[in-house]
Design a protein around this ligand. Structure first.
Ligand SMILES: [Zn+2]
Length: 412
């Protein structure tokens, strides 16, 4: 048993004590739990620090992580050029190379307090299934420190990349958990719809969630998001379908965009915005905008919006640490969230909104009966946590301390 004393649980007004059972679940949460009441229990003094559920990061590309450690040469710095850079790299993938880089990236994400991760893995006629094999091996090696979901992701498109349709089915047989998509890669609008149809067909066969990169462009005529929402509504798959990036809606006229957002809300499609990578990619030519989806309007309309790291030091993005407080801070900048209330909304995107994407049917959070995955964050509130990217002296998974992150600077 473990007692955490003096915990300022996210959303609570006063400090409380937390009792975690040997089964790794919260047994009691109230003021006044003492070691005398629970002989033999270990004790952590949270000293009034913020206690929040661990972060959930639902959009990663662990197969690509750290491939730009040696540099990233791009004269154009567009999405298309980033894809081209990665094409050269992934042709040289080996299972062991992918596994080692993925394990390193997973461990870094966990060290910052994330215990649930979802990664895309490229499935195409360049990487074939090598990236998947490497990431599945990394998943096995890190299973004690995090829950990892693997998305079969056709980065290069399905119908414009010969052999990918067959590879997608094979990827699911090999152990991919989630059906991914990249409809914008197809040459024709009708093929984009066919691409989405196939992803839904795969999800139906394997009874799995869907997570696609959707309309990642400034093209106001990219309309896959509304088609995906329509299919979700027709099938009654609310909460089980997630659109990543979804930037073209930002460039559509207001009346059309509002109609699409109403449909997203009606269909209960999740949106994962991934602001850090979008902001640095431009997205393409002038005028350079923040390149993110309509975060504020979607949140205010009641759509489930999350954000995630997306990539760490690869063909797309030279930076990225895997720290949710890093990409959350950039999320606040790009969403122009500049009040305590909106800072709190951004924190929700890193935690409970992402948890809903990860496992729509599971309960999550610091509450009696739930699995005790929590971070003790050295900050009085979430805006300070974001501003300082605060230390996290205790990171717990299943009621067990698995990591600690300390940020320190000293004036001599
Ligand atoms: Zn992505």
């Amino acid at each position: 048993m473990l007692i955490i004393q003096n915990a300022k649980i996210l959303g609570a007004t006063q400090t409380q004590d937390i009792l975690i059972g040997d089964n790794g679940r919260y047994l009691e949460i109230r003021p006044g739990i003492t070691p005398e009441q629970i002989p033999g229990a270990s004790v952590i003094d949270a000293k009034g620090m913020l206690v929040a559920p661990t972060f959930v990061n639902t959009h990663m590309h662990f197969d690509k992580a750290y491939t730009a450690i040696g540099g990233r040469e791009s004269s154009l710095e567009t999405l298309e050029d980033s894809i081209r850079i990665m094409q050269q790299i992934k042709r040289d993938y080996t299972v062991e190379d992918v596994k080692q880089r993925a394990v390193r990236a997973i461990r870094e994400c966990v060290m910052y307090g994330t215990t649930k991760l979802r990664t895309n893995v490229d499935i195409d006629n360049m990487a074939n299934l090598v990236g998947l094999e490497g990431v599945l091996a990394a998943k096995e090696e890190t299973k004690d420190i995090c829950d990892l979901q693997v998305v079969a992701f056709p980065q290069e498109g399905i119908f414009c990349n010969a052999g990918t349709e067959r590879l997608m089915w094979q990827a699911m047989e090999m152990g991919a958990d989630i059906a991914g998509g990249m409809p914008a890669a197809e040459w024709l609008d009708e093929l984009k719809s066919k691409h989405v149809d196939l992803v839904f067909e795969i999800a139906e066969k394997y009874n799995c969630l869907i997570d696609m990169h959707i309309d990642q462009s400034k093209d106001m005529f990219d309309r896959t998001l509304e088609y995906t929402a329509w299919l979700t509504l027709q099938k009654g798959w609310g909460g089980r379908v997630t659109g990543g990036h979804c930037t073209s809606i930002t460039y559509q006229n207001q009346s059309h965009a509002i109609k699409v957002m109403k449909l997203l809300r009606e269909a209960d499609v999740n949106i994962c915005t991934n602001t850090q990578v979008l902001a640095i990619m431009g997205i393409d030519q002038e005028p350079r905008t923040r390149g993110v989806t309509r975060i504020r309007e979607m949140v205010d309309m009641g759509i489930n919006v999350a954000t995630a790291q997306d990539t760490i030091c690869d063909g797309f993005h030279l930076y990225g640490t895997g720290d949710p407080l890093d990409y959350g801070l950039i999320g606040a900048y790009t969403a122009q969230y500049n009040t305590p209330k909106t800072a709190s909304q951004m924190f929700d995107m890193l935690t409970k909104n992402s948890a809903r994407i990860f496992a729509p049917d599971e309960s999550y959070g610091v509450a009696v009966g739930n699995v005790a995955d929590l971070n003790i964050i050295d900050a009085p509130n979430v805006q300070e946590a974001l501003r300082t990217r605060a230390s996290r002296p205790y990171i717990l998974k299943n009621g067990r301390v698995i990591a600690s992150y300390t940020k320190s600077a000293t004036l001599l």
